[in-house]
Design a protein around this ligand. Structure first.
Ligand code: NAP
Length: 328
């Protein structure tokens, strides 16, 4: 299966390394970063492109760009792993639309385009007889989308609850375990590389809300957007609040919940018994799906990371290979 990859950051590199190490039948025919691009219909040497990026900071020819790869490279699937723009979804949204219009499948880890234009992209994919898959956008390595769309097919999903942001969860875990203040725990999260220099999206609940929008739209075919979510972050939580919860053998977690029958679409800190399945530690993610036949299912796993996210992308690629003729 021929793939073109846009983005050579943590996720793009993780995918390239796994494609190189494992016998997955993936041939990379196009690749781009923000400054350059490379295409070869017979396949790019992955080790050489990784080395070029490491040494020079760019992957290929500076006269080429991602747009050239999308529109002219010879590929079956576009793997879109550029940075998230939650406001417009661009430029990823245009890359994805162009690939779908060329009749190419798309796999992305980018929340922006899916949270903003899911129904448009889905109908474009249907019109052109291809697939758009985005397992890596929610809960990293946890195969929540596969579980919802394949494993739980035929079930009616009643509600979904989750710890969808690893950075917030790490901060809460450290406040609880060591009695750190919010500011101290945030500083530690930054030092550990879990929090961005600007942690607003994570600690104010916006990242979790974007993922909740993606989950809700996928499960129930809704057309919700970020602005529909009621959001409270963890940035005002005090050590005293966690201590009070602890006195009752409880703790606090940032919980995203969607219950359409009750009109609930919310991200907020919630007090939970310590034995609750959603009380996970550190940067882990967890998601509970409530269904009519299967009952309640909770999955726990790594919500981010280079190879962990590549795992979700590869799952999507293998799905496309197995379900569409001509992709192997
Ligand atoms: N990291 C994770 O654990 C994780 C988990 C789940 C989802 N995601 C999502 O996956 C995506 C990629 O994450 P990441 O951590 O790999 O990001 P990253 O390390 O910041 O890398 C982004 C890559 O995209 C390239 N890029 C930026 N603008 C571009 C453009 N216009 N055309 C082509 N390439 C462009 C950058 O080029 P340069 O190298 O030239 O700067 C860089 O190689 C993001 O949307 C993120 O939210 C990440």
């Amino acid at each position: 299966m021929k793939i073109a990859i846009l983005g050579m950051g943590a996720v793009g590199r993780g995918l390239l390394e796994m494609a190189d190490q494992k016998d997955l039948g993936l041939v990379v025919t196009g690749i781009a970063d923000s400054k350059s691009a490379l295409m070869d219909k017979d396949g790019i040497h992955i080790d050489e492109v990784l080395e070029a990026k490491r040494v020079h900071g760019f992957c290929g020819d500076k006269s080429l760009s991602a747009v050239d790869i999308v529109n002219h490279a010879d590929y079956d699937v576009l793997v879109e792993v550029t940075p998230t723009n939650a406001t417009t979804g661009e430029p990823a949204l245009t890359f994805i639309r162009s690939a779908l219009e060329r009749g190419k499948h798309v796999v992305t880890s980018n929340k922006g385009p899916i949270a903003r234009k899911y129904s448009l992209l889905q109908s474009l994919a249907e019109k052109h007889g291809v697939s758009i898959r985005f397992e890596a956008t929610v809960c990293g390595a946890i195969p929540v989308m596969h579980t919802l769309t394949q494993g739980l097919a035929g079930n009616r999903v009643l509600a979904v609850f989750g710890v969808l942001n690893g950075t917030s969860n790490y901060i809460l875990t450290r406040m609880e375990a060591e009695g750190l203040t919010y500011e101290q725990a945030l500083l530690e999260a930054r030092e550990m590389g879990y929090a961005e220099a600007d942690p607003t999206y994570d600690v104010k609940g916006i990242d979790a809300a974007i993922k909740l929008v993606i989950l809700s739209n996928t499960i129930w075919g809704l057309d919700t957007v970020l602005e529909d979510v009621e959001i409270t972050g963890i940035d005002c939580l005090t050590t005293d609040a966690l201590r009070l919860a602890d006195d009752q053998n409880c703790t606090i977690r940032l919980i995203a919940q969607s219950i359409p029958s009750r009109g609930v679409l919310r991200v907020s800190p919630r007090i939970l018994p310590k034995a609750h399945p959603l009380v996970v530690e550190g940067t882990l993610n967890a998601v509970t799906i409530e269904t009519d036949m299967a009952g309640e299912i909770t999955m726990i796993g790594k919500g981010a990371g280079s190879v962990e996210t590549a795992s979700a992308i590869i799952g999507d690629l293998m799905f496309i290979r197995d379900h569409y003729a001509g992709c192997h």
